[in-house]
Design a protein around this ligand. Structure first.
Ligand SMILES: Nc1nc2c(ncn2[C@@H]2O[C@H](COP(=O)(O)OP(=O)(O)OP(=O)(O)O)[C@@H](O)[C@H]2O)c(=O)[nH]1
Length: 601
């Protein structure tokens, strides 16, 4: 039965300019046009049941058919259809639970319900004909972009402009002058203009003259252990538009946090301050750009329902992909970076819990949030379905507002957790594991698409002597400045990670080695021109790079090893240069040749 419906075309991709009401009306109409086919499937199954030809697999399929009809009927506002389908679903469930003992009675129970459903489907079709604008046509799907189109690969086009944080003035007030200067320096490395104050009176005066984009305030000052929150409350008193404020404090007690929240603080960081954490908050509070839209994959064998939920989410500004065949989910997830999967629980060829289990067995999808949307109301069955690693359960029919709220809450929370899991604490770049996983995915994509890809390993030259001469905190500032250069000057779809210690890794998508060399040489030159300051002394740093490419090196391991060997040659050849991996870098070499990447080489 399901296979027949499986051949029906997916409702055409919604035209985003249409109003939600029109899109919903189209999907309702599409649901109704599929209804006679579904009811015919059900009738056939009931007739087979009466003839004694039906086995348990058929019974399962019949159950799913009525179950789906119950959910989608209610979602599209056909309450009576949903209720009749629910009675039929319950009858089939009783037969399944009885181990076949009452199957004989089942046709007799289902036949009147089928007649009701036929009549209700007819009545609903007439009602919808009256509602819908006469003569409308389903929109044509938007044309696919031409395949094999070369990406924009001119070197200049790839070097982006730094995000304009320089426009964002931040006032920082801490009575510890060393900490204030250190934090100001570090935030400066990330492009913020920071004015540091060591007492609240100076801060008050500065705010009176010019409002900053944000403030970073200590909680405890010599005059009062809550002086910071009190100052914020005072500054906010006559202001229409409050200045966003992050508190930093050695206090980690509830009272300190409560004062900060009451004064209107947006974030609270305890000392010692993790610069990246502070930056994340600052970026969020001062970034004028809206956050990236949430990506949701909707899986439901009921095509109209999948499309309807996708439409509701798109209406709220999310990007939603609807799929009705669970088998397509894995390949779709390779190209669609989903923040969350919304999944039906009962699907004919692969149930929601089975699909969840498959996803949980794939390392890249272990933490992908999964929410079931099902008309299953039995709490025990819901718990069983959740036990395989899903995150929530929504019962059909679900109100659009609730669907949007549940999805965005969970997806945003997961984004924060995910970012903490995959990011390096000092630089905010992807950590070692994350960048290696991205390389794996990038190689698989390049192999499939027949495109090229480069992997670069970047190592700061003579970094030990930077630490030895200027101290570890200054060394940290060099690493942060390099990470910022890489993150801001490469394209968004290039991936930058901290490979370990003073070593960084970059995945350049869709790029050949010659172009990669151009890009990395330009980065190398600009970094070598950055002047660092420490205790009144000035100095500069350089880095060396080893680059390997796909398909010359055809696996993530071969690419990493080859880039490491090329980096070794760059160091040996005098440093401050980019070396491209060639044939000799694929050969196994004695372990003494290794750069010993992070520490102690
Ligand atoms: N400041 C700081 N130093 C680090 C960090 N991680 C590793 N290091 C230091 O980085 C230095 C790496 O030095 P080496 O691997 O000997 O290499 P190098 O001095 O950079 O010399 P070449 O790579 O041969 O040019 C070591 O002193 C590590 O302690 C970090 O997070 N912060």
């Amino acid at each position: 039965m399901a296979a027949e419906r499986g051949n029906a075309p997916m409702p055409a991709a919604p035209n985003k300019a249409e109003s939600f009401q029109i899109r919903k009306a189209r999907l309702r109409a599409s649901f109704l046009s599929q209804l006679p086919g579904r009811l015919a499937d059900a009738r056939r199954a009931v007739a087979e049941l009466r003839a004694g030809e039906i086995d348990h697999a058929h019974l399962d399929a019949l159950y799913i058919l009525f179950h789906t009809l119950k959910g989608s009927g209610a979602t599209f506002g056909f309450r009576q259809i949903s209720d009749a389908a629910k009675s039929a679903e319950q009858a089939v469930r009783r037969a399944m639970d009885s181990g076949g003992r009452i199957e004989a009675a089942l046709p007799g129970e289902l036949e009147p319900l089928m007649s009701d459903l036929d009549a209700l489907a007819l009545a609903a079709a007439v009602q919808v004909d009256l509602e819908v604008t006469p003569g409308f046509e389903l929109p044509e799907p938007e044309p696919e972009p031409a395949s094999g189109q070369a990406p924009d690969t001119a070197p200049d086009a790839r070097l982006g402009q730094p995000a304009d944080r320089s426009q964002r003035m931040v006032y920082l007030c801490d009575d510890d002058p060393d900490l204030a200067a250190q934090l100001a320096g570090q935030l400066g490395c990330f492009g913020y203009r920071v004015r540091a104050f060591t007492n609240l009176a100076d801060l008050r005066e500065a705010v009176g003259i010019k409002r900053p984009s944000a403030m970073i305030l200590d909680v405890v000052f010599p005059e009062d252990e809550n002086a910071g929150p009190k100052m914020l409350a005072e500054l906010r008193a006559g202001e229409e538009e409050a200045i966003p404020c992050i508190f930093i404090s050695c206090r980690d007690d509830f009272g300190g946090r409560l004062q900060a929240v009451r004064a209107g603080g947006s974030a609270y960081c305890t000392k010692p301050i993790k610069t990246v954490e502070l930056l994340e908050f600052l970026d969020r509070l001062t970034n004028p750009h809206p956050p990236e839209p949430i990506n949701v994959l909707v899986v439901d064998d009921d095509r109209e329902l999948a499309q309807f939920h996708a439409t509701v989410l798109e209406e709220a500004g999310m990007v939603a992909e609807a799929v009705s065949d669970p088998e397509q989910v894995l390949s779709l997830l390779d190209t669609f970076d989903a923040d969350l999967v919304l999944m039906d629980m009962y699907m004919p060829d692969c149930s929601g819990p089975e699909l969840s289990r498959i996803l949980r067995q794939i390392p890249g999808h272990v933490s992908l949030p999964i929410i079931y949307v099902s008309s299953e109301t039995d709490v025990e069955r819901q718990h069983k379905a959740l036990a395989v690693g899903a995150d929530g359960f929504l019962t059909k029919p679900i109100e659009p507002d609730r669907l949007i709220a549940e999805v965005s809450l969970r997806a945003e929370r997961m984004r924060i957790l995910h970012s903490l899991m995959v990011r390096d604490g000092l630089t905010g770049l992807f950590n070692h594991n994350a960048i290696m996983q991205f390389l794996e995915v990038a190689v698989a994509n390049a192999r499939r698409a027949g495109t090229s890809l480069c992997f670069a390993m970047i190592d700061v030259d003579h970094f030990k002597s930077v630490n030895d001469t200027y101290g570890h905190p200054t060394g940290d500032q060099v690493l942060m400045a390099l990470s910022r250069t890489l993150r801001l000057r490469l394209r968004e779809d290039d991936l930058v990670g901290r490979y370990g210690g003073e070593e960084f890794a970059v995945v350049l998508n869709g790029v050949g080695v010659r172009q990669a060399k151009c890009i990395l040489d330009a980065l190398r030159t600009s970094f070598s021109n950055v002047t660092f300051f420490s205790d009144g002394q000035e100095f500069r740093c350089t880095f060396s790079v080893g680059v390997s490419d796909f398909p010359t090196f055809d696996s993530p391991e071969a690419m990493t090893e080859a880039a490491d060997r090329a980096l070794y040659r760059a160091k040996k050849g005098g440093r401050n240069r980019v070396e491209i991996a060639a044939g000799q870098d694929a050969l196994p070499e004695p372990s003494s040749e290794s750069t010993g990447t992070s520490d102690g080489s």
